[in-house]
Each structure stands twice: as C-alpha cells, then as structure tokens.
Write a protein that binds this ligand. Structure first.
Ligand SMILES: [Ca+2]
Ligand SMILES: [Ca+2]
Ligand SMILES: [Ca+2]
Length: 244
C-alpha cells in the first residue's frame, strides 16, 4: 500500500513546488496601470462628428469611421475623420464635412481638408486605407449610405475622386471595407461590406408601421432586407470588377 502512495505523494509535491514560483510571481505583480489623457483640443483637432441624438432610424446610430495613416510619407501618422448626416439634414439638403488632419510632428495637427479636397463625401460610414495603385502613397476608400468613394492620393497633399473610373461606387448602404490582395498578384483588391436596404427618401413615419415599433412601443426604425457584400478585383487595366 505504502509503495503505491509514496510515488503519488512525490508527484503531487513536485507539482505544487513547480506551481509555487508562478503563483508567487502572480501574487506579487502589481496591476498594470494605463493612463490616457485626452489631448484632442490641445493638439488642434476640432472635428465634430454629426449625429442625431434621437437616433430614430438605424442609419443614424452608425458611422464614425476614422483612419490613421501617413498620407504624405513624412513618418508621422495623420488622421482622416469620416462624417455623417442625419435624416433631417438630408431632407433639408444640408451637408457635413469630413476632415483630414496633418500631423505636424510636434504634437499638433493642422486641418488640411480643403487643400486635400476630401471634405464632402456625403453620408459617410467607414474608411479603409491602401495603396491600391502601388505609387507609394496611401489612398482612401470611404463607405457611405449612397455611393462610396475611392480617393486617390496624388502625392502632393491633394486627392482625386476616381470612384467612377474604378467602378467601386456601390450605390447601396456600405458600412465596412478592406483592401486585401486576396489572389497574391501584387495588386490590392477591395472587400466591401454592405448592410441593409435603406432608402432615406422613402422612410416610414417614426413610431408607426411594422419596422418602427415593437409591441406598440416606438423603436428605432429597422430595415426590410439585408444586402450582399462585394469583393472587387483589381485588374491590369486599373479597373475593378466584382467577383462576388
Ligand atoms: Ca504624415
Ligand atoms: Ca496610391
Ligand atoms: Ca490582387
């Protein structure tokens, strides 16, 4: 009997001894403290994202894309903020302004949107960055409710909207997107995530109808059907063609 217990006790003892240093280390380690300070205003960033506080429609609770990328290749990350709209603003034909901030390298940023020419992109949602034409300068693709935008970086602080020529202006409601070279041919392709069918010019009255209430209680107006996503292949002729 004792011959069978002793090896077992020895094994357990060894296991406990092995655990002790790790356990002791875990107990002694102080918690990691992470402290962030909001320096947005002091850094010169004054961008305000527009949204409807009531959020009566599902589209009003989304948007807010932002990209940090070095558009001028000076070694400092710059910031592009995607702005939104509201149903009321659309009805009154008002616009909002997305913004590109240049990182000055000294902790301050400068609004260079007007020079860049990328402030007016409609009802923006998300943004993805990639050098789709391999010229060494990162380009921007913005998803929108309405046509998306491919903004080619000209390398001189300005951008050109090449959406139409590239055939990537999906007119539906797109939310996310990603540049990816899915076939490893050295040319970035584009994946666009579409959301749901939503016609801002043909909306139900808030609180009424099947999609705007739940058990008689007014709720955020929902959608009628989901949309398909798209994968756009970059071709040798610089045009993109849908592959799904
Ligand atoms: Ca930069
Ligand atoms: Ca480029
Ligand atoms: Ca490719």
């Amino acid at each position: 009997m004792s011959l069978r217990i002793v090896p077992a006790l020895a094994l357990i003892t060894s296991f406990v001894i092995l655990l002790l240093p790790a356990t002791a280390w875990m107990i002694k380690s102080p918690p990691i403290e992470v402290d962030f300070t909001d320096i947005t205003e002091n850094a010169g960033i004054k961008f305000k994202h527009v949204s409807s506080p009531e959020k009566k429609y599902i589209v009003e609770s989304m948007s807010g894309g932002v990209a940090l990328f070095d558009y001028d290749n000076d070694g400092y990350l710059d910031i592009y903020f995607v702005n939104s709209l509201t149903v009321d603003l659309v009805k009154s034909k008002q616009k909002t302004r997305s913004a590109l901030y240049h990182n000055n390298g000294d902790g301050m940023f400068t609004d260079v949107t007007d020079k860049a020419g990328i402030g007016d992109i409609g009802w923006g949602m998300g943004v993805t960055i990639g050098d789709y034409n391999n010229d060494g300068f990162d380009d921007i693709y913005v998803t929108c409710l309405g046509p998306n935008h491919l903004l080619r970086n000209n390398g001189n602080g300005t951008f050109t909207d090449v959406t139409q020529n590239a055939r990537v202006g999906d007119p539906r409601w797109s939310t996310g997107a990603a540049f990816v070279d899915y076939d490893n041919d050295g040319k970035l392709d584009l994946f666009v995530s579409n959301y749901v069918d939503f016609d801002v010019n043909n909306l139900p009255e808030f609180g009424k109808g099947r999609t705007c209430q739940f058990k008689g209680i007014p709720v955020q107006c929902c959608w009628k059907k989901r949309l398909k996503c798209r994968l756009l292949l970059r071709t040798p002729t610089s045009l993109s063609v849908p592959v799904i």
